[in-house]
Design a protein around this ligand. Structure first.
Ligand SMILES: [Zn+2]
Length: 83
């Protein structure tokens, strides 16, 4: 798992949420709920990131038309300059 700046925001928010839960339940349950939420969010974000990466591909998108780059070439824009 990569640690990113938005994780800090997520953890801060969840800690505040946990503090809000403390008056209503045992600290152990508050920690459990917050941990589950954290891993739920991480799982969701990780899966979404993977889907986006699969859509874009490892080589990225063409700057001109936004198509997927295949073999460092855009299938639409690079057809004209055949070697
Ligand atoms: Zn293109």
């Amino acid at each position: 798992m990569k640690f990113e700046k938005r994780d800090v925001i997520l953890i801060t928010g969840l800690l505040l949420f946990m503090v809000g839960l403390l008056p209503f339940m045992a600290p152990l349950y508050a920690v459990l709920i917050v941990s589950l939420m954290y891993f739920g969010v991480k799982f969701y974000v990780g899966r979404r990131t993977k889907l986006i990466q699969r859509d874009i591909g490892l080589e990225g998108l063409c700057m001109d038309c936004g198509s997927k780059i295949v073999n460092k070439k855009c299938p639409h824009c690079d057809i004209s300059d055949k070697e």
